[in-house]
Design a protein around this ligand. Structure first.
Ligand code: PLP
Length: 365
């Protein structure tokens, strides 16, 4: 929420999205003068101790916030989560091996497509029958799978795995695309062999990818991996194999600092729960609006909903715009509306939207 001279903006964008105000302020100061050096963060060398400190702090804060031990390494890599769709199987899956994948929407499908370029893919469950509006309740994973890939939060359809125990129980090494819910709720992150996510929702600015990997799953394939694609090279180089996206990593570091100061993942989860409770209670209390997702699978990050009379959609969006609410229009695949309630979104924005929905519904009488 940015307070300008005229309007309060409520930013419900799906990503890149709202970041904490303190982060915007600190980052803008650093563009002019980074840590009183007289230099901009944009002009310092990535091999200087100045940047080394930023990278070290970003990596160690991630470990601390995720409560990870020595087995896990944190990397900040280029290419967005989409690159991970390919980099994961390239590093973990041999041609003759099987990897298990959950099919829960657009992003999961993209991950599956890339994995098929490297080995065999076993689809352990699919939400296709429900048009991805609910999550499968059972999975059947091949025990010999090299890994099991899940998308913890489906940004487009607005579903989120609330209970991850069915995956833990398989005993198969877990790989998760957490792009849209990373560090938003308490999860036993140590149970995952690999976690990845584009930073541009909960962690920082676009242009960098957060990858957390348990070293023990690496080095178990026969393929020759191009240097820049091999996680082991990035680990060895301390995530400084080549020029990293310096500014994007810096913004991640600031956002992670903010999260720690706030009280860490437990504190942000409590805040996020309060926001979602408020929003979904409003949604369920107004017959005019309807949620498009099975209640038990509703995402706490992206809420997807519609209005009973599609003719009113445009009018509602106009009203939102007039009130400084952006990012409310639904994704073209799910239609209706989608609001993203990432970590940095204040509850005041959710309250403002809830009040607007109530007002809109009341006009019908
Ligand atoms: C769950 C999920 N995975 C992957 C991606 C792709 O991320 P990127 O654009 O960083 O490649 C997104 C983007 O929104 C996403 O929501």
């Amino acid at each position: 929420m940015l307070q300008s001279a005229k309007t309060v903006i409520h930013n419900f964008n799906a990503g890149p999205s709202i970041l904490p105000k303190e982060v915007f302020e600190e980052a803008s100061r650093a563009i002019l003068d980074f840590n009183n050096t007289g230099l901009s963060i944009l002009e310092i060398g990535h091999r200087t101790s100045l940047f080394q400190d930023v990278m070290d702090e970003a990596r160690s804060l991630t470990k601390e916030l995720m409560n990870l031990g020595v087995d896990h390494e944190v990397l900040f890599l280029h290419g967005g989560a989409t690159t991970q769709f390919m980099q994961v199987p390239m590093n973990l899956l041999d041609e003759n091996e099987i990897a298990s994948y959950t099919d829960t929407g657009v992003w999961a499908a993209k991950a599956i497509k890339e994995a098929k370029l490297f080995g065999h893919v076993d689809i352990v469950c699919s939400g296709k029958e429900s048009n991805y509006r609910s999550l499968p309740k059972q999975i059947s994973a091949t025990a010999t799978s090299k890994y099991l890939h899940i998308t913890t939060n489906n940004t487009i359809y607005g579903t989120q795995w609330q209970d991850l125990s069915i995956f833990y129980e398989t005993g198969i090494p877990l790989v998760a695309d957490m792009s849209s819910d990373i560090l938003s709720r308490q999860i036993d992150f140590s149970k995952f062999s690999l976690i990845y996510g584009g930073a541009q929702k909960n962690v920082g600015a676009a242009g960098v990818n957060l990858v957390v990997v348990n070293k023990s799953i690496l080095g178990k394939i026969n393929r020759v991996i191009p240097t820049i694609m091999d996680y082991r090279n990035h680990i060895e180089a301390g995530s400084l194999l080549n020029t990293p996206p310096v500014f994007a990593v810096y913004v991640c570091m600031l956002t992670l600092r903010w999260l720690k100061k706030l009280g860490g993942v437990a504190a942000i989860e409590a805040r996020n729960n309060a926001k979602t409770r408020l929003f979904y209670e409003t949604l369920d209390s107004l017959p005019m609006f309807k949620g498009l997702v099975a209640k038990e699978d509703r995402s706490k990050m992206n809420a997807v909903f519609a209005i009973d009379d599609p003719q009113l959609e445009k009018e509602f969006l106009e009203l939102c715009k007039g009130e400084g609410m952006i990012g409310v229009k639904g994704h073209r695949l799910s239609g209706g509306f989608r609001i993203s309630m990432y970590n940095a979104l204040p509850i005041e924005s959710v309250k403002a939207l809830s009040d607007l929905m109530k007002y809109f519904a009341s006009r019908r009488g």
